[in-house]
Every structure is written in structure tokens, then in C-alpha cells.
Design a protein around this ligand. Structure first.
Ligand code: GLC
Length: 438
């Protein structure tokens, strides 16, 4: 029985995506220099001329070595990445012919995207490009009252004189064409984001000419995986819950969808020197498990510094995750939510399921006393082992002396898996691998 969930099929090729499960988000731009969030221009209402005077001429990532970034991603067990080609600030990492506002014209003096794409490909990671629909720098981008450094400016009407949003949309489409034709096969395109308002004061499909943009993307890269932020109800391939972990498999019109939680290590997407809200490695591992156990992916973000390095706080977490993935990737890659109707896990556990091998992976989030009690699985598991060292775990059903306790230990059909007294040393989340009878 190779049970597969009935997931909504879309235009993009998501077959590798739902197998690989784990990617690196990379937010890198001029905002790495102020080092206090990628929305700093909006947050502190910094005018373009001030921002550029302070940062454009000082963006000099002299320690940038994308091979090290690729090593860190691959070492963490990540199989794809999504990098900001341009964030809301409008600064472009690549040598776009459509603007001077690009890395080539900073002290970096080169296209910073190409060496990253090459390095990641050399490590076997698939290419994902994030591209901001917003652009707080472009002279034709119409200033609205909701988002951006000038949103509350009393001179907003004057600032908008001569601006032509459709000319900006031409620029947007032209840059997407550059990105999809000059960097080889692109596997994921991640637009961010639309904020339509009932009174038309926000920005959405008309401001980006989203239907036309979608047609361009599908013409240039028919099987690319496209996210869901163009403000059009169709054409997307992946839903993108952000900064939270869905409690159940997200659906669209009643059908399960391909989805990917994107989350940060600390709260900020861009490099933030003083942020103290860094998540623990164990919690990040549990978050990855949580996504796969509900049929989804995790896109975990790093924000490299203005010197071009992924900072030690991020590297240490990626290394911890990689240590866990070295022995437990089998419970992540190629896995998904257990089949509908499969018994739910007991408290303190999360299940993932490999439909090709019929193997159940019991992620033990809280190490229990002596045994796991798995409801509904008595007689359905042929063999069980600890995944980290492949050591066998004895199993049994309810014993006679326990029968009168039946309803208090999960019912007569629960499976007891005997565990060693101590949690396996150095294993953030122990996993029991179970061969389930077909
Ligand atoms: C939000 C943030 C943006 C970030 C994106 C990543 O839209 O505002 O800065 O790039 O999330 O999903």
C-alpha cells in the first residue's frame, strides 16, 4: 500500500519540492549595513537620498564567499534555497541592465547573484529566487499611504507627480525576464507581496500586471514553482504561511495544497545585529518536523552581514540542525503526513510517514518513562528501531495484567514500544523508525 495524499496539482513541478522538504531563505541587501531589519527604510522613514548616501557607497562584502554559504546550507540538510534578488528597498544583487541601483555599482563591483547560484548548484541545491514586487527606490513606483518610507509624507501627492506605476510594472517584468533567462534553470520564484485595499489605496494585481507577469513566468519557465503573493487566485503552486507553523495541512477549496512555512532564526529576515530573540536549535528542529508531519516544507532564513558572511549565531544553529539531519534525514526527506485515518500520535510525539517505504517515524519530542504507547498500532508494526543508531526496540501489545487499565493507556489496540531509560545522548529529537505492515 503506497498511500499518497490527494494534493491539489498545479502547473509547477513540485515533485522534487515535496520530497526535499527543507530549504534556506537568504535575505541580503543594503539593509545588512544598518543591521536592524530589512524594513528599516519603512520603519525609520529614511529617504532614498539619505539611505543611499549612507549605505550604497559602503556596501563592500569583502568576505563574501558563496561556497561557504552553500556548505552551510548543504551541511544543514537543506536541498534548495531562495535568495532575495531585490527586496523592498529596490537594490539589486545581480547586474541588471535595467537599473544602476545594483551591486555592480557598489564597492562590491560585481554581480553577487551569479557566484551564489553557481556555488549552490555545485553543492546540489536547487535555485530559488525571491523578487520583491514592492520597490521603495524606483522613480515610477507610486507611493501609497500604507507601506514605504514616504507613506505618511505630507508631500506624498507632490512626490507622486510624474510617477507611472505601469512604467514600474514594465521594469518589474523586464527584471523577471532577466532573472529567468540569465541564470540557468530556476526552480522556485518567490514574489513578495501584494496588499490590495478595498478603496484601491493598496497594491495588487493591477499594479504589478500580475496576469501578464504570470504568463511571462510560465512562458519562460513553465514548470517553475511559483508562490502565492501576486494577488491572483490561480497560477500559484505553493502556499506560504509565514512566521508560524500551521496546526493542520493547509487546504484550498477543500483540497490539500503544497505548502512551505517560511520562518526566521531570530525574527528579522535581514541581518539584525542586536536582536536577542534567537530560537534554539532544538526548537528549529522541532519546527522542521512539525512542517513535514503536516505535509509541508520549511524554508528557514539567514540574513548575511554587510561583510558577506552568515554570522556565527546562524551558523551554529545550522550546524546543530545538520548534526540531527545526518542521522534523521530519513524521517524528513520523502516523508509527509500519515495517511488519513491513521491513528493520531500520542502527546509528546509527531509522526511523519514515507509512503514509498511504508515506514512511520515517531519523533519523540518529550522522552517518556520506559515506553512509548502508540494508540491504534497494535499488530500493525513489524519492527521498530531507534533511527540514530539503528538499535532495535522491543514491542508488545497490552498484557493481561494491564487489560483492566486498557482505557487509561490508549485502548486495547495500542502498541507499547520499550525505550531505554535515557534519551539517546546528543540527539535533539530521538526518532523511532517503524516498519508498518502493508
Ligand atoms: C514579509 C516581510 C519581508 C520578507 C517576507 C519573507 O513579507 O515583510 O521583509 O521578505 O516576509 O516571506
Amino acid at each position: 500500500m503506497t498511500f499518497r495524499h490527494d494534493v491539489l496539482t498545479t502547473d509547477g513541478d513540485t515533485s522534487w519540492f515535496v520530497r526535499d522538504r527543507f530549504g534556506m531563505f537568504i535575505h541580503w541587501g543594503l539593509y545588512a549595513l544598518p543591521a536592524r531589519h530589512e524594513w528599516i527604510r519603512h520603519n525609520e522613514k529614511i529617504a532614498s537620498e539619505d539611505y543611499d548616501r549612507r549605505y550604497f557607497g559602503r556596501f563592500d562584502p569583502d568576505l563574501y564567499d558563496p561556497k561557504l554559504w552553500a556548505d552551510a546550507a548543504a551541511g544543514a540538510g537543506m536541498k534548495y534555497y531562495v535568495v532575495t534578488t531585490k527586496h523592498h528597498e529596490g537594490f539589486c544583487l545581480w547586474d541588471s541592465k535595467l537599473t544602476d541601483y545594483k551591486a555592480t555599482n557598489t564597492p562590491a563591483k560585481r554581480d553577487l547573484l551569479r557566484p551564489l547560484v553557481d556555488a549552490m548548484r555545485a553543492k546540489g541545491l536547487r535555485t530559488g529566487l525571491y523578487h520583491s514586487l514592492l520597490d521603495w527606490h524606483h522613480p515610477d513606483y507610486v507611493i501609497d499611504p500604507h507601506i514605504g518610507p514616504y507613506r505618511e509624507s505630507p508631500d506624498r501627492a507632490k512626490l507622486n507627480e510624474g510617477r507611472d506605476q505601469q512604467r514600474y510594472a514594465d521594469y518589474l517584468h523586464g527584471q523577471v525576464r532577466e532573472l529567468l533567462t540569465q541564470y540557468g534553470d530556476v526552480d522556485v520564484l518567490w514574489f513578495d507581496f501584494s496588499y490590495p485595499k478595498a478603496d484601491g489605496s493598496g497594491k495588487g494585481r493591477a499594479d504589478w500586471r500580475s496576469e501578464e507577469l504570470l504568463a511571462l513566468v510560465r512562458k519562460l519557465a513553465p514548470k517553475i514553482i511559483l508562490d502565492d503573493r501576486l494577488d491572483i487566485p490561480h497560477g500559484w503552486d505553493v502556499k506560504t504561511p509565514e512566521q508560524f507553523s500551521p496546526l493542520k495541512w493547509p487546504t484550498h477549496e477543500g483540497r490539500k495544497v503544497v505548502w512551505e512555512a517560511c520562518q526566521t532564526l531570530s525574527g528579522s529576515w535581514g541581518y539584525h545585529r542586536d536582536e536577542a530573540t534567537w530560537r534554539s536549535s532544538d526548537e528549529l528542529i522541532r519546527t522542521l518536523i512539525h512542517s513535514v508531519a503536516r505535509g509541508g516544507n520549511l524554508l528557514l532564513n539567514v540574513g548575511p552581514t554587510g561583510r558577506g558572511e552568515i554570522d556565527e549565531r546562524a551558523l551554529s544553529r545550522l550546524s546543530d540542525i545538520g548534526r540531527w539531519m545526518k542521522r534523521h534525514a530519513r524521517s524528513i526527506y520523502g516523508c509527509t503526513q500519515v495517511p488519513d485515518g491513521f491513528p493520531a500520535p500520542p502527546n509528546g510525539c509527531d509522526y511523519t510517514w514515507n509512503p514509498e517505504t511504508n515506514r512511520l517515524y515517531v519523533h519523540v519530542l518529550e522522552w517518556p518513562y520506559k515506553q512509548l504507547v502508540l494508540p491504534g498500532l497494535a499488530g500493525r508494526v513489524e519492527y521498530a528501531q531507534l533511527l540514530n543508531d539503528a538499535s532495535e526496540l522491543p514491542m508488545r501489545g497490552l498484557e493481561d495484567w494491564q487489560k483492566h487499565w486498557s482505557d487509561t493507556v490508549g485502548g486495547p489496540d495500542c502498541l507499547f514500544v520499550n525505550l531505554p531509560a535515557d534519551k539517546p545522548a546528543g540527539v535533539a529529537v530521538p526518532v523511532v523508525e517503524c516498519w508498518v505492515k502493508a
